[in-house]
Design a protein around this ligand. Structure first.
Ligand SMILES: [Zn+2]
Length: 109
């Protein structure tokens, strides 16, 4: 599944939606773009704290920085049955946005 994103018309970099100018070059020539939903775990942590609210039933869960194949970095949840077996470099694929600020990935293998 593709990731709703933006692409810079000047430097060509891809970024998460929500910026008015390109964070890489400052250009205002940005447009909506469907980014490839494939990537890997750049870094991560396993949250064992049981939070109040909608993530209560998720703990423990993986919060990762995912680097997509188009070099876009997203702070995201990674759904997995075994959160303590996650490794940097694991391949992931985009599933959906849980809310406008929370992309959710799953392991690709
Ligand atoms: Zn740019």
């Amino acid at each position: 599944m593709n990731i709703p994103a933006i692409k810079c018309g000047d430097c060509g970099t891809v970024h998460p939606r929500g910026v008015a100018v390109c964070p890489a070059c400052g250009s205002e020539k940005i447009q909506e773009y469907e980014a490839k939903g494939e990537g890997e775990i750049h870094t991560y942590t396993v949250n064992c704290f049981v939070p109040a609210g909608k993530f209560k039933d998720r703990a423990p869960y993986v919060i990762a920085v995912v680097r997509t194949v188009e070099n876009m970095f997203l702070t995201a949840l990674v759904d997995t049955e075994s959160p303590f077996n996650i490794k940097i470099g694991d391949k992931v694929r985009f599933r959906h946005y849980e809310d406008p600020l929370t992309p959710v990935f799953e392991l690709a293998s």
